[in-house]
Ligand binder design. Structure first.
Ligand code: ADP
Ligand code: MG
Length: 393
């Protein structure tokens, strides 16, 4: 897939509308993690170096179309200014006369951050008039908000109809490159690691990968859902009942293709989920009545690490257990470490999965960590996203 790159365009003296994802966690007005800001800096610096002035726009939280002061982007303007060591002007809205005035006085190399797009209900509705108003502010449009690219919102989708120059920033470019490498001629064997809880949400992604992968290993609620589909005893382990019929279908497809498929050989089990719950290891693939599976056991870890060591391409989504409780995080952490050691091309996606590799301290040894959450998984499912389609050459 060839998408329009900012590298191929001219931004001299242009007012560039840059859509980013600055949806950062804020507690009592203080930004607790600024990763989403720092990762956009290469795109910002490049555009500035080319002689652009920047009109930056983002959403933050879920204000649901109303002005909610705790979702103001003001603290983001301040942090961005600190990071760049440069003034960042802040507009009290994202459209309207005052914004127009601020934009028209913006000079080459200057930066203006607009207030939260989602203070207007039109943003999430993909409204054309709202998109037009945003488009009128600028000479060129750049999208670097991969995490929102599965939504047809005004500032990521509709706006491209009204600007004559649009392109993708470096973050989108990198994400599309990494995810495409999973989908187009992946190096084999290709290992899919499936864990976590939201089975139904991910089932279409799994279906799309069946024709590409060689091996699938499972953990977490996903594993129990597959075990239940095979009519195995799983005790009181958590399953997603509505996903059991599709899990059955997937098992059929897996058998048809002669793929290697694993559920855990053994489990860490408890009678009650809590920090201080005593646990035992099952030593087999089933979970007895009255017990709950909370992590994969040592045999499963060994078998899964062997799969990791054989793979040339790995995609991992979802933890192997209730990793939020430290003693049930072992399976997940051990796999993270094994992936970090392997020479395979490895991609990790999903909010919790990304949190785990950070916790395991191995993030820099993973080939690519998805920034998009739901958008990344949807890209793997469909091979593209609505807002990426509109940025194609
Ligand atoms: P991601 O955000 O990476 O896509 P999910 O949101 O699907 O992952 O799953 C993460 C959640 O799954 C975690 O909160 C974790 O506690 C839960 N989980 C994993 N294994 C189990 C289990 N055996 N029983 C209950 N919850 C589990
Ligand atoms: Mg999650």
């Amino acid at each position: 897939m060839k998408i329009k790159s900012i590298k191929d365009r001219n931004y001299k003296e242009k007012k560039v509308f840059l859509r980013v994802d600055y949806n950062v966690p804020i507690e009592n007005g203080v930004i607790t993690d600024d990763t989403r800001i720092t990762t956009t800096i290469p795109t910002l610096n490049y555009l500035l170096s080319q002689g652009a002035s920047l009109i930056i726009a983002s959403h933050l939280g879920r204000p649901e179309g109303k002005v909610v002061s705790k979702y103001s982007l003001k603290p983001v303007a301040e942090r961005l200014s600190q990071i760049l060591n440069k003034e960042v002007k802040f507009a009290p809205d994202c459209i309207g006369d005052e914004v127009k005035k601020m934009v028209s006085s913006l000079k080459e190399g200057e930066i203006l951050l607009l207030e939260n797009l989602r203070f207007h209900p039109e943003e999430e509705k993909g409204d054309e008039n709202f998109a037009k108003e945003l488009a009128l502010l600028c000479d060129a449009y750049v999208n670097d908000a991969f995490g929102t690219c599965h939504r047809k919102h005004a500032s990521v989708y509709t706006i491209t109809k009204f600007v004559n120059d649009s392109a993708a920033g470096f973050l989108i470019e990198k994400e599309v490159q990494a995810l495409s490498r999973l989908l187009i001629n992946p190096e084999r064997p290709f290992l899919l690691i499936l864990g976590g809880a939201k089975v139904i949400d991910k089932i279409n992604m799994v279906k799309n990968l069946l024709d590409k992968v060689d091996t699938i290993i499972t953990g977490g609620v996903t594993a129990y859902t597959f075990c239940k589909a095979k009519n195995w005893e799983i005790g009181d382990s958590k399953v997603e009942d509505e996903a059991v019929p599709v899990a059955k279908e997937i098992i059929k497809e897996i058998n048809k293709r002669h793929l290697e498929f694993h559920t855990p050989l053994d489990h860490v089990i408890v009678q009650k989920i809590s920090e201080d719950a005593p646990y035992i290891i099952t030593e087999r693939g089933t979970v007895p009545h009255g017990w709950i599976g909370v992590d994969i056991g040592p045999q499963a870890i060994e078998e899964y690490i062997d799969c990791i060591n054989r793979a040339k391409t790995i995609f991992w989504n979802g933890p192997m257990g209730i990793y939020e409780i430290e003693k049930f995080a072992k399976g997940t952490i051990e796999l993270a470490k094994a992936i970090a050691k392997s020479n395979a091309f490895s991609v990790i996606g999903g909010g919790d999965s990304v949190a785990i590799v950070n916790k395991a301290g191995v993030a820099d040894k993973i080939s690519y960590i998805c920034t998009g959450g739901g958008a990344s998984l949807e890209f793997i499912e469909k091979g593209t996203l609505p807002c990426i389609e509109v940025l194609k050459e």
